[in-house]
Design a protein around this ligand. Structure first.
Ligand SMILES: *Cc1c(COP(=O)(O)O)cnc(C)c1O
Length: 389
């Protein structure tokens, strides 16, 4: 059934697959090892680092959702990125990555490049001339993160993949912000999709996990070999939980987006809000590309706070339905100050280069009632106007 829609794939994968007791929901297999049916007869699963039924089902679901040929579930999103570069890069190989990528990705590539494991070039991928210049250095791998974190900048996946093909480079897209519900990078020409499943895929802020999905079966096999070799794979319990969270992905993504569009409308009326970053806004530089390559705008948004820095801190403290916390994509709404939280590892210079200012706030709009969320923002803005700190 290859024409199933995403929500159907997410709900149905593994349902009624238990041949022993006919459990409707696939049971969890915590065993670390599996018996050999006979001497020299290798079973489907032998040892959990290399394979496990729960991880296998989650890999199957995510691979089908992203139209891939195979996937490796890793113990976090960062280890999926690390698995990718460990598999394909040697000391002389270059990877091109966005200058405003997720802070942990920046730290990983930067630190490993400084050790001489590979070479990295962080570029502003929205700037076509800068990107072309980087591609002229013949990278082996190109990472795209679109929409990016935290400024939700959008790049043209199809166009960059064509340029990559021409120089023999492979492209991975970090699809954490949109999920396959709203964006399918492999269908736009990418070779790999990476997720921090910690975020929308699991969706309940209670599992750290990651995945890399490959367009070709051969690349998927190579990633699985390396995943086992370096010990990057996810646990059975985490895989079970993540598949449980994944089942509601379609419904969740719809409400996340609906509510964020209402909040966006409200924010545009607020004098303490300066620039708002979201691809749905016609003035957003990536608006047209987003309309072309995404089937939804997604729910992650950020904005420049127009008041003083003291007022910003006060405003954040007065919110009761937006928790001041890192991460994103869970059922609960969050507010984050990237410069001092998710992106602090980048250091001041890299932050400035990436355009992440001290005034920037990022919202992860959860599944609470949208009117309650707006009322909460409204009372915090009202108090902040009166605050003299
Ligand atoms: C969180 C995140 C990661 C890292 O994933 P972890 O699960 O925290 O290791 C990578 N990319 C993006 C876009 C993220 O938001």
């Amino acid at each position: 059934m290859s024409d199933r829609k995403p929500s159907t794939i997410a709900v149905r994968t593994g349902i009624e697959s238990d041949t022993q007791h006919h459990a409707v929901v696939p049971p969890i297999y915590l065993s670390t090892n599996y018996g050999f049916p006979a001497f020299g007869e290798v079973p489907n699963y032998d040892y959990t680092r290399s394979g496990n039924p729960n991880r296998g089902l989650l890999e199957q679901a995510l691979s089908e959702l992203e139209s891939g040929e195979g996937a490796v579930i890793t113990n976090c999103g960062t280890s999926a990125l690390n698995l990718w570069v460990s598999t394909f890069l040697g000391p002389d190989d270059l990877i091109v990555a966005p200058h405003d990528c997720y802070g942990g990705t920046f730290r990983l590539f930067n630190t490993r490049a400084n050790k001489g494991d590979f070479k990295v070039n962080f570029v502003d991928q929205v700037d076509e001339a800068a990107l072309d210049q980087a591609l002229a250095q013949k990278p082996k791998l190109i990472l795209l993160e679109t929409p990016s974190n935290p400024l939700v900048r959008v790049v043209d996946i199809e166009k960059i993949c064509q340029k990559a093909k021409a120089i023999g480079a492979m492209v991975a897209v970090d699809n954490t912000f949109l999920t396959p519900i709203y964006q399918k990078p492999l269908e736009l020409g990418a070779d790999f999709v990476i997720h921090s499943t910690t975020k929308f895929i699991n969706g309940h802020s209670d599992v750290i996990g990651g995945v890399i999905i490959a367009k070709s079966a051969q690349d998927a096999e190579e990633l699985a070999w390396w995943g086992n070799c370096i010990g990057a794979t996810g646990t059975p319990f985490d895989s079970y939980m993540t598949l449980r969270g994944l089942r509601t992905l379609g419904a969740r993504m719809r409400v996340h987006e609906e509510s964020s569009l209402e909040i966006l409308k409200f924010l545009t009326t607020q004098s303490l809000v300066k620039t708002i970053y979201h691809p749905s806004l016609p003035e957003h530089p990536g608006h047209e590309i987003a309309k072309k390559q995404q089937s939804g705008f997604g729910s992650m948004l950020s904005f420049e706070f127009a008041g003083s820095f003291d007022q910003l801190k006060y405003f954040v403290g007065e919110l009761s339905l937006f928790s001041l916390a890192e991460s994103l994509g869970g059922v609960e709404s969050l507010i984050c100050h990237p410069a001092s939280m998710t992106h602090r590892a980048m250091g001041e210079e890299a932050l400035a280069k990436a355009g992440v200012s001290q005034q920037l706030l990022r919202l992860s709009v959860g599944l609470e009632d949208a009117q309650d969320l707006i009322a909460d923002l409204q009372q915090a803005f009202a108090k902040t106007h009166r605050y003299q700190g």
